[in-house]
Ligand binder design. Structure first.
Ligand SMILES: [Zn+2]
Ligand SMILES: [Zn+2]
Length: 376
């Protein structure tokens, strides 16, 4: 517990914060990090931290103690020291009915409240060229829907009796230890799967679940310049709420961008290495490739180029994610050494040797060293 964060810092308030400042900060953060809702990765830990900070600071006596001693209260950590059983923060009162009604999908307090449907995450692969222009993609997902045969009731003959475990409410109250807290939550009844009623004679098509899987086709656009791992969220396209009485979950589409055979990405720039023969390096040439944007990419190599030099072709890279325009294509020149050469070529090269090699080897080594020192 040595690296425990300061409670005021956790809630993002001043040390002089009033009771209502604290409450507002707590509400805002709790809404953001509630583990049933949040898609933040560390939501659960953050939520516990926020709850703990609020439990202490909202209690005048504990706050005074904390202000004097911080986490190192003479009575041990605040939880042990303050008689530490569990804090029972009433989230429903603090966060308000609207938070929970949107979470559980409508219905007033104490009525049958349904949970929101689950979120779905799917992965979708695209070619690199698809991030260059507005491109529409299609995914097919399987979603549970009300069974046709029993109209979602789950009963073969349509006859249902009230569930005894939840007294027909479809939900049960569960007390749960979350870290140092006892948290009360409402969960769907497992006996009747939250439906409130059960059938003696379950539907044969869906084995009494009331649901069957159906496939659904969805279209979406790839954002310009999207990177590998980008997650797109399609609100309301996740699983329907159990019993179809709440908000559906969301669909997340994680983009997998396939590796290009020769381009590497560096932000909006595209980097490639281009192997060239010695003669092309010396005399210069133009190499034309078909580019991702459908037009040809002309790479002009000037005469007397060197291996390791780069050529930048402006604005032929990928679209910039924020802002406008495109990145560049950067071409790294590499001297290509043939694996073997014919006798005739070897003979021809030998004849050229005098022209191609430095006249004075020692002098050229020295010149090169001077050049390098001047350059760096
Ligand atoms: Zn059915
Ligand atoms: Zn039940």
């Amino acid at each position: 517990m040595a690296d425990k964060r300061d409670y005021y810092e956790v809630l993002g308030v001043e040390r002089s914060a009033s009771e209502s400042d604290l409450k507002n900060a707590f509400r805002r953060l709790a809404r953001k990090y509630h583990p049933d809702r949040s898609t933040e990765e560390d939501a659960e830990d953050r939520f516990k931290e926020i709850q703990e900070a609020y439990a202490i600071l909202s209690d005048q006596q504990k706050r005074a103690q904390y202000d004097r001693f911080g986490h190192d209260s003479p009575q041990g950590n605040p939880f042990g020291g303050f008689g530490g059983g569990g804090f029972n923060i009433n989230l429903e009162d603090l966060l308000g009915g609207d938070f929970f009604s949107s979470m559980f999908g409508g219905g007033g307090r104490g009525r049958t409240r349904q949970r929101r449907g689950s979120d779905i995450l799917i992965r979708h692969s695209i070619d690199l060229k698809h991030v260059l222009e507005q491109s529409e993609q299609e995914v097919i997902i399987e979603l549970p829907e009300a069974c046709d045969s029993c109209a979602g009731s789950g009963a073969q003959d349509g006859e249902m009796t009230s569930c005894t475990k939840c007294a027909g409410q479809g939900q049960v109250r569960v007390r749960q230890q979350v870290g140092p807290f006892i948290q009360q939550s409402v969960q769907p009844c497992d006996e009747c799967s939250g439906r409130g009623s059960i059938s003696e004679n379950p539907c044969r098509e869906c084995a009494g679940s009331g649901q069957e899987m159906k496939s659904k086709t969805l279209r979406f656009n790839i954002p310009l310049g999207a990177e590998d791992g980008t997650r797109l969220r399609m609100r309301g396209n996740g699983e329907p709420a159990p019993q179809g009485q709440g908000e559906p979950g969301d669909l997340f589409i994680e983009l997998e961008i396939e590796q290009h055979p020769w381009f590497e990405r560096s932000g909006a720039d595209l980097i490639m290495s281009l192997p060239l023969g010695y003669s092309d390096m010396v005399t210069g040439t133009t190499i034309t490739l078909e580019h991702l944007d459908g037009k040809s990419l002309d790479i002009k190599i000037p005469a007397m180029s060197n291996s390791g030099e780069t050529i930048t072709i402006k604005k032929r890279g990928l679209p910039r994610q924020r802002g406008s325009g495109r990145g560049d294509v950067i071409v790294l020149l590499k001297l290509h050494m043939p694996k073997k050469i014919s006798k005739a070529t070897k003979k021809a090269l030998s004849a050229l040797k005098e022209n191609l090699s430095p006249a004075d080897t020692k002098q050229s080594i020295l010149d090169d060293a001077v050049d390098r020192r001047a350059g760096s």
